[in-house]
Design a protein around this ligand. Structure first.
Ligand code: AMP
Length: 397
């Protein structure tokens, strides 16, 4: 059989991201984004890139099914007529899914049942799956969960110190997210370093608009910074990360804020944006800091200190440290953030080589530590490839 092609779909409430992965080719054969869909929006459109050429097409008033119906022929054509399966990103797999799984009616019911844990994401993911099933009934389809990689956390890492019934009856526990990214970069880091995945120990920092850290031992997640929801943990673009659990009650009592207002503030108005009063985008903040903006300077200091603190805390889960891995838009590009974070981690025997750190940007992969420090690596993430690899592993031989 020739090299197989997998279409990877990441379906949000008003967008669908897609990429076609060929198992023997680096990069994507075709990739694109349908935006403003499912909103009865005249401006809905599809943009894609194939062989370096950029294309766009209007999809007025398109819903998810219509957008997928436009995407499929493009993917089939780019695959030379041979599409072997579809991999769907699903945010929450709860305790039910410790691995990726072939999609059946049972799988769909389970994902639906998980919706209270991810009310914004799982219903949107389901819409994409249902539309894809209706359109491509004969193709094998696989669900790949953001949470599944973290199902190896030991109980002392995933339980909150809350009444047991909340866990038992309502699933209140730490789940973790960004699993495909943490898994992909840690496997790649082991390859780069000449180590066996099943005999290696890593700290990973996925730093994009959402940010999380993870401790990975012998290929298994042992602890991670995100919890029941993707709000827990380190500072993010617009999300606060950890705050005092008493904050919500305080704001309700002292200021009369509603739960919805508190939730929106913590998820959409906090993080880098809230601290800086300027932007959630790290590029803009670095520029503003260089121009002397006090808010941007503070946001960057808090971001790096909290990130280092999270990594140091996760080191409790490691028998040894083979390396710290930076990934995501910030981790892959910002020498400043990497330098400031590692400067807080001297006790982990981490030090950067300044020139190597500065040189590692724009999708480059490499080691950036100064000998004899423990390894520090920059590894571009590739969640689409990980989803395609999981999908390929579940196809009939
Ligand atoms: P992602 O969600 O992985 O696409 O990452 C988005 C974040 O990466 C945003 O905060 C961007 O500002 C940040 N980012 C992208 N390129 C750079 C860069 N060259 N320097 C600093 N931050 C960057």
């Amino acid at each position: 059989m020739g090299a197989r092609n997998i279409l990877v779909i990441n379906c949000g409430s008003s967008s669908i991201k897609f990429a076609l992965v060929n198992e023997q080719r680096d990069g994507f054969v075709i990739q694109g984004l349908a935006e403003r869909i499912g909103l009865n929006d005249a401006e809905a459109r599809l943009r894609w890139q194939c062989n370096g050429d950029k294309h766009a097409r209007a999809l007025p008033q398109a819903d998810h099914k219509q957008a997928l119906a436009a995407i499929l022929p493009l993917a089939v054509e780019a695959a030379g007529g041979a599409l072997h399966g579809i991999g769907h990103r699903v945010v929450h797999g709860g305790e039910r899914f410790a691995q990726s799984t072939r999609i059946t009616s049972e799988t769909l019911d389970a994902i639906r049942a998980m919706a209270p844990l991810a009310p914004l994401h799982n219903p949107a993911n389901l819409q994409g799956i249902e539309a894809a099933l209706a359109l491509f009934a004969d193709l094998p389809q696989v669900a790949v969960f953001d949470t599944a990689f973290h199902q190896t956390l030991p109980e002392h890492a995933y339980r909150y110190a809350l009444p047991e019934a909340l866990y038992r009856d309502h699933g209140v526990r730490r789940y973790g997210f960004h699993g495909t990214s943490h898994q992909y970069v840690s496997v790649r880091a082991a390859q780069i370093s000449g180590l066996a995945v099943d005999n290696s120990a890593w700290l990973t920092a996925h730093l994009g608009n959402g940010c999380s850290t993870c401790a990975i031992v012998n290929g298994q997640s042992q602890d991670t910074s995100m919890g029941l929801t993707p709000l827990e943990g380190v500072v993010m673009g617009t999300r606060s990360g950890d705050v005092d659990p008493g904050l919500a009650a305080h704001l309700a009592r002292a200021l009369g804020w509603s739960l919805d207002k508190i939730d929106a503030m913590l998820n959409r108005e906090s993080g880098l944006l809230g601290l800086s009063g300027l932007s959630n985008d790290m590029r803009s903040l670095e520029q503003a800091r260089a121009d002397g903006h006090a808010g941007a300077t503070l946001a960057i200091e808090v971001f790096c200190y909290r990130l280092a603190k999270s990594l140091a805390a996760l080191s409790c889960a490691l028998p040894q440290l083979d390396g710290l891995i930076f990934t995501g838009g910030i981790g892959e590009n910002s020498a400043l953030i990497r330098a400031k974070t590692v400067a807080h981690l001297r006790l982990l025997n981490l030090q950067l080589d300044e020139a190597a750190n500065l040189a590692c940007t724009g999708g480059a992969e490499g080691e950036i530590q100064r000998a004899p420090s423990a390894r520090v690596l920059v590894v571009p993430t590739n969640e689409e490839r990980q989803i395609a690899l999981d999908t390929l592993a579940l196809l009939e031989p």
